[in-house]
Each structure stands twice: as C-alpha cells, then as structure tokens.
Ligand binder design. Structure first.
Ligand code: PMP
Length: 412
C-alpha cells in the first residue's frame, strides 16, 4: 500500500480523486480491476500503525480498529444511499455478496435475471431461476420484466417470493440499465430487486433509497480500493432470518455446550464471522468518501467525452466492430467491447501489451451467454466474420485522451 512518488499519478484536475499507476503503462482495463486510489493507499497507511484486532480486543489499538471498521461501514452506507434500517455487510467482492444474498433467500423464492448478466449474477441463484432473454432496449427490459412477473404471479404455482437480480451497467458493453424503472415494476408485482452495481458504482452515483432497490452489491477492487473487500447492502429481514453465511466467532451472541446450541447474532455480524478485513473496509470507505466530495457531474462528462473519442476511433479502423445490446446511442459507462475481423482477440491483446504497454481484456468477460450472442449479432450487423472472443477497453479516474489515442494508433 505504500506508494512511492515515482509510482503515483497526481490528480489531473482539482477535486478528482487521484489514482496510482506506473509511468509508461497504459491501463485500459478498469472494468476488471481499477487502479488503487491515492485516498485508499493513504487510508491504509494511516491505519497500519494501529493494526490490531477488530471487535475482539480491549486495548486502545483494537478499539481504534473497531471504530475505524464500523465508521467504514457507515461511510460506505452513505455512499450507496442505504436506508437507515439496511444492513451493510462487508464481503470479499460482488461475487461473494451475491452468493451471500443467494444463501439468504427464504424458501419458495424464485429469482428472475436477464441473460445479459455477469456470471456472478447468473450462477449463484438456487432452484430454477428464470432467465429472461437479453432485451434490445432499456424499455424492452422493463416491458419484458413486467410481463414475466405478471405471468409468474398468475401461474398456478406462484412463488412465495420473487427476487429480480439485475446489473446496473454491463461489464461487456458498459450500457446502463434502467434500474429505477425495473425496481418500480418489480415492486408493483410484489417482487424484490437486487442491483449488481459492480460496474455502475465506479462510474455513476448509486442511491439505493432513490432507486428503490432492495439490495446492492459492489466490489472494492473495481472502485479504486484493494482486492478482498466488497459489500452487500439492503433489507435486513431475510438476512436476519437466514442461516449465517459463515459460521464462527463474531457471528454469535451465545454458544452453549451442545453442538447446535447457538444463538446467532442479527445485523451484519451474523454473516461476517471471523476476523474482518479492516484494511479493505477502511480503503473502500476512503474511496467512497473521496468520490462523495468529488464533482461527479464533471467526472461523468469527462468520461463521456473519453468514451465518445474511443468509439469514434474504433469506428474509424476497418474491421473493428463494436458489441452492443441496446443500440448505438444508449447511455454507457466507460466500457467498450469490440472484435477485429480476421484477428484473434487474445493475440491482439497480447500484442497491445507486449509492443505498446497497453493493458486491455480479451475473452468473453465472465458473461459467456451475452458475449457470444453479441459477437454473433455484431457479425450479422457488419457482414464480417468475427473471432469467437472479443476485446474490452475500459476507462475511469485518471484515464486520458492520450491513453485512448495510443490505443487507437496501436490498433490501427
Ligand atoms: N458483476 C459485474 C457486472 C462484474 O463486472 C463483475 C466483475 N467483472 C462481477 C459482478 C464480479 O465481481 P468480482 O469478481 O469482484 O466478484
């Protein structure tokens, strides 16, 4: 966590949280893992001398760590716009958060997702989740969800509970999903909704209460904080009634002599057994605090300009075809995927890294059903034969026009 001056990138503009980087290396893979924010590194450095157990010791160091951990929880809650009664549970990442929620669903819950989800939001759900087809527009997503929920409710075997699980922004196309509208439809049909904000939260403000979503999941490492810290925030009733996600110290209020004689805690502690990840929580909270005081409208406008430049540059290269679900003008965060006709995507990515010091991602981006479908649609749209996997470029805090221009020049 200790950054040397040579490795740090100073904030380009006042009020923009700075991120760490290595001179000469162009990172265009923020969607996989964003660079570490200076604020995160500083917060870690500040707490390191106080390093002691959280929730366990009586000494001053331990008390300070406990306070820092619980303050971090509150900062993250504020950043996500959580309601006062929501539980904010620290997890390892979004995958962990969604698996925790999956483990806490009451019996008789049917989960509804779209085929465009990341595997983390497709695979954890128990029973027989209903997977709706990838919609062609945000409006179509809202209509399709409404029809599916009405149908589920009408059927002879209407489920006791329904949870809709959707992404806020696609990790393949960067397209932003109509979360407030989907939440309204879900609630109209008596369903709950969980938001996978892994890709949304780093780019746009997420307000759980204003969007009226029941749960939200984020990953610290995509939010300019270190690996190993994520969050599940949301309604406490199912979470308090569920079996603990992890069993062990910290999750109980009383343990008797009998093997199963245990009283489990309620609240976040119920699902956070074991010594918690203090550094991860503190670092994540530091980024949340930095983003909350940043001018996010300006950050967003800068990002939109960068994405427009990137897309225009890609469109100018013969054989490059963009992947998209909703159409060319859909709102998107700083993520663009594409394929190059006649070129193997992993070979292109490897060459960008080796010859140009540019890091991008290739593959199907842990969203195989969506990426395969979009590749075949892109091929049909362009009339070009595309490779079976794609390339993804993603930007964020600290990305510059010259990063994008270097990529376009190298690709060209
Ligand atoms: N959802 C989305 C939309 C993602 O992009 C990712 C990460 N690529 C995840 C969930 C899973 O995040 P993590 O690997 O941090 O658990």
């Amino acid at each position: 966590a200790v950054a040397t001056a040579a490795e740090s990138t100073a904030p380009a503009v006042l009020g923009v949280p700075g991120v760490l980087g290595v001179p000469g290396q162009i990172n265009l893979d923020y969607a996989a893992t964003a660079p570490c924010a200076v604020a995160a590194a500083e917060a870690v450095n500040a707490i390191l001398p106080w390093y002691a157990s959280v929730h366990r010791g009586a000494g001053a160091l331990s008390q300070r760590c406990t306070l820092a951990y619980e303050r971090a929880r509150q900062t993250v809650a504020d950043f996500l716009g959580a309601r006062a009664e929501d539980h904010v549970i620290f997890t390892r990442n979004t995958t962990d958060a969604l698996n925790l929620l999956a483990s806490a669903l009451p019996a008789g819950t049917t989960v509804v997702t779209f085929g465009g989800e990341h595997h983390a939001n497709l695979l954890p759900w128990p029973g027989h989740p209903l997977r709706l087809p990838v919609p062609s527009s945000p409006g179509a997503a809202v209509r399709s969800l409404g029809e599916a929920l009405a149908e589920l409710r009408r059927g002879p075997h209407a489920p006791a509970h329904i949870l809709v699980a959707v992404t806020g922004a696609s990790n393949v196309t960067g397209e932003v999903w109509p979360i407030a509208e989907l939440a309204a439809v879900a609630h109209r049909h008596g369903a709950r909704i969980a938001l996978d904000a892994a890709q949304l939260a780093p780019h746009l403000p997420v307000d759980v209460a204003a969007l009226d979503v029941d749960y939200v999941a984020v990953s610290g490492h995509k939010l300019y904080a270190p690996f190993g810290a994520g969050v599940l925030a949301g309604r406490g009733d199912w979470l308090d009634a569920a079996e603990p996600y992890l069993r062990g110290g910290g999750a109980t209020t009383r343990v008797g002599a009998g093997t199963h004689d245990v009283t489990w805690a309620t609240g976040p502690a119920r699902h956070e057994a074991g010594t918690p990840n203090l550094l991860g929580a503190v670092a994540l909270a530091a980024v949340c605090a930095a983003l909350q005081v940043a001018d996010r409208d300006t950050l967003r406008a800068d990002e939109e300009r960068l994405v427009a430049r990137l897309r225009a540059g890609l469109a100018s290269i013969p054989g490059v075809v963009e992947l998209r679900t909703f159409g060319p003008d859909a709102e998107r965060v700083g993520i663009v995927s594409f394929a190059v006709a006649g070129r193997d995507s992993s070979a292109v990515a490897a060459e960008l890294g080796r010859e140009h010091n540019i890091g991008v991602r290739d593959g199907l981006f842990c969203a195989h059903p969506l990426a395969k479908r979009l590749l075949s649609e892109a091929s049909a749209r362009s009339g070009l034969t595309l490779p079976p996997t794609a390339l993804r470029v993603s930007v964020g805090l600290g990305s510059t026009e010259s990063d994008v221009d270097a990529l376009i020049a190298a690709l060209g």
